[in-house]
Design a protein around this ligand. Sequence first.
Ligand SMILES: [Zn+2]
Length: 201
Amino acid sequence: MKWEPIWNITHRYLYCRCVLRRSTPSSLCPEITILINHRCPRHSRKVATHADYGDVDYHQDPYFDQFGGYNAFRAMVYSIFPDMYDKALGGYAFIPEKELRGVLDDSISAIDRLGETFEDAVHEYMYDVFEDADRMGIPLPDYALEIIRVSREQTQESKMQDSLVHPDAFKDFLECPMMQEVEDILHGRWSRKRHWAVANC
Ligand SMILES: [Zn+2]
């Protein structure tokens, strides 16, 4: 069995949500996001030189609509996770100093505009970050553990519908060309030029 990219499957870096890989440049189908905790070549204190799909204008990226736009997303990260902004995302590499004021203003207008949608998106972002930290054995404060617990309960309820998926499907998924390409990107064995050459065959 082979997995073909018939959906808009997009791999994004966990913290900054830059695009690591995407199966199609089309934004016509809703995106299925897979998060990867790895160094982003644009937003990292450590050296990360691998090529990826991240050189896009995130202000035009529909993924950030749930946060009210890319500026509101960045402001959310800056406000809720200041340590992550400073240490993991390169500080001004994530929000340049001269943009900071405008970015924070956009966040306030997004909260007013989106209300609950914004809150849900922020809650999900926090869950993704905390859950990853928890899996890595990093001690978390009580409120973070509570976010994980509540979200896991909700996921458990929706999992009832997925129980008909054959267990082998997950193994096939990890071995599919898409996931192998993600590995190639992260290990520097990939370039955009090569990708398009393959895609055009
Ligand atoms: Zn990034």
